[in-house]
Design a protein around this ligand. Structure first.
Ligand SMILES: Nc1ncnc2c1ncn2[C@@H]1O[C@H](COP(=O)(O)OP(=O)(O)OP(=O)(O)O)[C@@H](O)[C@H]1O
Ligand SMILES: [Mg+2]
Length: 361
């Protein structure tokens, strides 16, 4: 859905990174980690498109919707939590305003003018409906509820709430837009432990791709399916969560991260003592994850076989379609061409499944 190739970026004499290449595909959750000032925010902004790289390309699938939560929120909040969230769907709300105005015109027009207004109303209403206009407010409330807002909070002015709540409301606004990719720059800043958990649960329920920066070991461990390390002029990608990243680094002879790990583990242990049951559960979850991974591998290889067969069949059909005689036999032409269409669409589905599985690692 989005890929970058050969990106590099410098400020003056300082090169942040060089020759960065990776792809974001459906459902991946990628953590960008690295020390302060190494260029994480810069890389995110290049992905989002608010900054240009010095070299390289960013290609975004057509109509890709990206929801970006910057490191510092600069919004000026003017209204209630709910209304601020609904602003995320402004284009839908504009249709509603249009409908109200047309309703008023209906009451004051007759004859041909009235018919015109009715027609315009029908068109606007069906657009509104198609864009989920009637579900918008319930959906906004559902998202806010998932992020810990009470019904009463939803009517409070957002400006008077804390930074953590403002961040959650901003996130709710992004989620309402149903982006394909969520790009989050240090979303756990200003969050206490409990809020962090609420955020985690909410993000785990989100089906799209997430790219996020976090210095929070626990958060990365819980959420990431891949870790990208930014630093020392390079960007390296590792499959798995933070723990897997540390293991990979140590295998490469880099143990600079291990003290950090111990410290943070100790801290995490302080915050959240794991009892026997929790450990057992964590173990069961890891097992479950492994099981899912094996299943994915199996599905992947079956799918590859299927793609090969479909490609073969399609090639045969194409050969037939290239024969001039076929055009003289309308009945046969119709049959072959229908079959070709059907096979092609099966193959496209298979490709798409394959991509999804391939990148869900
Ligand atoms: N417009 C700019 N002009 C010059 N230098 C810049 C500019 N933007 C960023 N930098 C520098 O580039 C480096 C990387 O900045 P960036 O904000 O991407 O880092 P970061 O990894 O997000 O850091 P942090 O963890 O503090 O958020 C920093 O040293 C910063 O001072
Ligand atoms: Mg930053």
């Amino acid at each position: 859905m989005l890929s970058v190739a050969g990106l590099s970026k410098s400020f003056g004499p300082r090169t942040l990174f060089r020759d960065v290449t990776f792809r974001l595909t459906n459902g991946r959750r990628i953590a960008l980690v690295g020390g302060n000032g190494v260029g994480k925010t810069t890389l995110l902004e290049i992905i989002v498109g608010t900054q240009e790289a010095d070299t390289g390309d960013v290609s975004r699938q057509k109509d890709l919707r990206i929801g970006y939560l910057p490191q510092e929120l600069l919004d000026v909040w003017e209204s209630s939590v709910l209304d601020e969230v609904l602003k995320g769907a402004n284009h839908v709300l504009e249709l509603e305003t249009e409908m109200r105005s047309l309703e008023a015109q209906m009451a004051t027009t007759t004859g041909e003018a009235h018919d015109k207004v009715m027609e315009a109303y029908g068109i606007t209403q069906s657009q509104f409906e198609q864009l989920g206009g009637y579900q918008l407010e319930p959906e906004a409330r559902r998202i806010l509820g998932g992020l810990g807002f009470t019904t009463a909070d939803m009517d409070r002015p957002l400006a008077e709430m804390s930074g953590g709540w403002q961040m959650r409301a901003s996130l709710a606004r992004l989620l309402l837009q149903q982006p394909d990719i969520l790009v989050l720059d240090e979303p756990t800043n200003h969050l206490d432990l409990q809020s962090k958990q609420v955020l985690l649960d909410s993000l785990k329920g989100y089906q799209g791709t997430i790219v996020f920066v976090s210095h929070d070991r626990y958060f990365v461990d819980e959420l990431a399916t891949r870790v990208i390390e930014v630093g020392a002029g390079k960007v390296e990608s590792y499959p798995g969560n933070y723990e897997d990243f540390l293991v990979a680094k140590q295998r490469l002879g880099d143990s600079t991260h291990s003290t950090q790990r111990v410290e943070q583990q100790a801290q995490a242990a302080d915050e959240q003592p794991l009892d026997k049951d929790a450990r057992r559960q964590a173990h069961a979850e890891r097992k479950e994850q492994q099981r899912r991974e094996q299943k994915r591998e199996r599905e992947l290889s079956e799918l590859e076989k299927r793609i090969e067969i479909l490609e073969g069949e399609l090639a045969k059909l194409e050969q037939q379609m290239a024969e001039p005689e076929l055009y003289q036999d309308a009945e046969r032409w119709r049959r072959v061409s229908n079959e070709h269409g059907a096979q092609k669409s099966q193959l496209d589905d298979a490709y798409q499944l394959w991509e999804g599985l391939q990148e869900r690692a």
